[in-house]
Write a protein that binds this ligand. Structure first.
Ligand code: Z5A
Ligand code: MG
Length: 233
């Protein structure tokens, strides 16, 4: 019998497009989907965990949190490298989790790192931004939630974090900047076979959820048989 690993599934998109909402629902769905029979994933996914970047619980993550909340300033290259370090510090645990056959639903990953840094006015350079994340585990799927700027701004005041609603406006929550971020995401997805763009304007949470779950179901068998790849290598 083939030993299957877990899937690495990343949710990306602009601020407030519904990543955290959908990530939580996907984990719940994967953990309660019947293993066999109708509607099952054919026994390919054993269990799923929810991960999030930035991971604000580590020492590096706490620095990032202060920066995002405008409690401190940081040079653009330095904060970019901290975001990347915050991912690298979790890699051993991530690989171990996937090897155990547990899937990871990842709420933001290296693509946020690149899109947000490259969108800054004092451009850091797209290629320079890529280097710090090169070699990270490559996601099997990147689910990109595409939301218009108008709807995006309306949602900024009602965000969920760790199960509670928060009402803080963070550093990057400005429409012009988010439009530039979306343009950088556009460059990132070009030519990639693991990206799926999901239009979420005026769609209910439930409709989007079913859409995402179907994409996962279509890819689960093939992904869990493959060796995990390395990002941008
Ligand atoms: N950042 C970076 O610069 N470099 C990096 O390497 C990384 C990140 C990893 C913090 O991220 C910032 O860090 C982020 C990028 C930067 N800055 N910005 N902008 P974060 O992930 O912690 O960001 P956040 O503050 O939690 O926001 P968010 O994650 O972008 O929001 P979301 O998760 O996409 O949305 P949500 O919380 O699920 O939903 C927002 C609201 O909309 C909420 O009230 C929902 O109930 C509602 N919602 C959700 N779906 C729907 C639908 N379908 N219809 C109507 N309403 C909906
Ligand atoms: Mg979120």
């Amino acid at each position: 019998m083939i030993k299957r690993r877990g899937m690495l599934i990343v949710l990306e998109g602009c601020d407030g497009c519904g990543k955290s909402t959908q990530a939580r629902k996907l984990v719940d769905a994967l953990n309660t989907t019947p293993r066999e029979g109708e509607g099952s994933l054919g026994g390919h996914v054993t269990h799923a965990e929810l991960w999030k970047f930035p991971n604000r619980d580590t020492a590096i993550g706490r620095l990032i949190d202060e920066y995002l909340q405008n409690k401190c300033e940081m040079e653009d290259h330095a904060i970019h490298l901290l975001f990347a370090a915050n991912r690298w510090e979790m890699v051993p645990c991530l690989l171990e989790t996937l090897e155990k056959g547990i899937s990871v639903i990842m709420d933001r990953y290296a693509f946020s790192g690149l899109a947000f840094s490259a969108a800054k006015k004092k451009k850091l350079g797209f290629q320079w931004c890529k280097i710090a994340d090169q070699g990270l585990p490559r996601p099997d799927l990147v689910l990109y939630l595409s939301l218009s700027s108008l709807e995006m701004e309306a949602r900024w005041n009602k965000k969920e974090r760790d199960g509670t609603m928060v009402y803080i406006r963070e550093r990057y929550e400005k429409v012009a900047f988010q439009n530039q971020v979306q343009a950088e995401y556009g460059k990132l997805m070009m030519g990639e076979d693991n990206w799926h763009v999901i239009e979420v304007n005026n769609k209910s949470i439930e409709v989007i959820h079913r859409n995402l779950l179907n994409i996962i179901k279509d890819n689960v068998k093939i992904s869990t048989e493959k060796v995990i790849g390395k990002l941008w290598l």
